[in-house]
Write a protein that binds this ligand. Structure first.
Ligand SMILES: [Zn+2]
Length: 302
């Protein structure tokens, strides 16, 4: 393996850690295209949050979860439709109850196949994990909010509405003040804006800021990001601040009549300088482009 090749996107279940009583996280270990995976246990059921990319990864996750569940029924849900978060669902489907929000199901139906083909172009190590992917019909589909009773513990699933994707979901465990955020929240990483015009322009920076305000208001203190380390409420503040920074820096330059290219160059430098240790700097430009487009749309309609 050369130094420029990223490590294969393989979930390592050995690193599973308990972050609160009956709540486990299989950490991403800082590997790109590996998500943090959650396991929440109640007396009568166990919920898995995100699957890893593809059925091979998901089978390893399921093996680990079976040990933890010890014959309790297994439920599985996904924070959003992106491949590393949800494309292992078929490995769970035969024995687990699959839950999803309506908007996320629509994302899968309209963009799932396109993203599968897109991700298969990311190189051999990614393509290897995307063999035999199939999309599963969920057992339970909810619109805005769903309370899952795991026995002595209620888990609250909430569709946030359009932000990182149209079908984002957060999963809250109120008795532990814990929240699983998917890619709405990353730790030590620039927020991922999947802005790929013309195929996908569903990310909304302005709505995302509103979603972060809702998460802050909910007051959870154990925050599991989509990627990066499990953190406290300060991480929600940090992401909220970054998104507002991005919006304000872009929109003030738009108002001053700067070109999108110049805005992109200037805001990239400023964001990098503000967060020298964060990874994923390629997403700064996508974020700027998203906010430029949202500014254009607001100007056109006013
Ligand atoms: Zn994502």
């Amino acid at each position: 393996m050369t130094e420029s090749m990223p490590p294969a996107p393989i979930v390592i279940t050995d690193g599973i850690t308990d972050v609160a009583p009956g709540i486990f996280v299989i950490p991403d270990n800082g590997v790109p295209l590996v998500p943090n995976i959650g396991v929440v246990c109640g007396d009568t059921g166990v919920l898995v949050i995100d699957t890893g990319m593809g059925p091979l990864n998901a089978r390893h996750v399921l093996d680990r979860v079976r040990d933890i569940a010890n014959d309790r029924p297994i439920y599985v849900t996904t924070t959003h439709f992106h491949p590393e978060h949800s494309y292992g669902i078929s490995a769970f489907a035969p024995e687990a109850t699959v839950l999803m929000n309506e908007a996320q199901l629509t994302d899968l139906q309209t963009k799932g196949q396109g993203y599968l083909e897109f991700f298969r172009t990311f190189g051999q190590t990614v393509a290897e994990q995307l063999v035999d992917v199939s999309f599963t019909t969920p057992d339970i589909v909810y619109e805005a909010e769903y309370d899952l009773d795991l026995g002595g513990r209620i888990v609250r699933m909430q569709a946030t509405g359009q932000a990182h994707t149209k079908g984002d979901q957060v999963i809250r465990v109120p008795d532990a003040s814990a929240v699983f955020c998917g890619d709405l929240v990353e730790e030590s990483q620039f927020s991922i804006f999947p802005w790929f015009p013309p195929e996908d322009v569903d990310v909304s920076g302005t709505r995302w800021i509103g979603v972060m305000e809702g998460l802050l208001a909910a007051g959870d203190t154990l925050v599991v990001p989509g990627h990066g380390r499990v953190s406290g409420a300060g991480l929600l503040e940090e992401v909220h601040d970054y998104l507002r920074f991005l919006r304000d820096e872009v929109w003030s330059r738009k108002a001053a009549g700067l070109t999108d290219d110049r805005i992109t160059a200037e805001v990239y430098e400023k964001a990098k300088a503000a967060h020298p240790l964060w990874v994923g700097e390629e997403w700064i430009e996508k974020g700027v482009q998203c906010f430029c487009a949202e500014h254009d749309a607001a100007s056109a309609s006013s």
